[in-house]
Design a protein around this ligand. Structure first.
Ligand SMILES: [Zn+2]
Length: 124
């Protein structure tokens, strides 16, 4: 299951960017042509995040539909299929969308909750 390794990479990147703050939410984009199963990433995330800054974070995954551009007939074709062929029969296609695997955004602790005692400390 290569999703475990991919998820490990995501958690590593998120924790690095969090710079010591707790991560409460991560938004991911996964293309349907990326070969990565979103459900498997969701499952792996909770396992991989244990003991890291991302433990307990909410993972949101947006799936990006595949779009091919055919260089033979010029059509833009939506596809969920990993076999990249235009309906005209041409294999000379360019993937315009669907191979995404990226972190779109993340929220760290201070952005998602305003702890009451942080204010008290500030006015002191
Ligand atoms: Zn075509």
């Amino acid at each position: 299951m290569h999703e475990m390794a991919i998820t490990q990479g995501i958690v590593d990147a998120v924790c690095e960017h969090a710079m010591g703050r707790r991560v409460c939410r991560v938004d991911l984009e996964i293309g349907t042509l990326s070969g990565v199963v979103a459900e498997a990433v969701l499952f792996c995330f909770d396992v991989v995040a244990v003991g890291t800054l991302a433990e307990g974070a909410r993972l949101e995954i947006a799936e990006i539909a595949g779009v091919l551009h055919c260089r033979t007939c010029g059509a833009d074709v939506g596809t969920e299929d990993l076999i990249l062929l235009c309906p005209c029969g041409s294999a000379d296609v360019e993937v315009r969308a669907g191979r995404e695997l990226r972190i779109r955004s993340m929220e760290v602790e201070q952005a998602c909750a305003q702890p009451a005692d942080a204010r008290a400390t500030a006015t002191r």
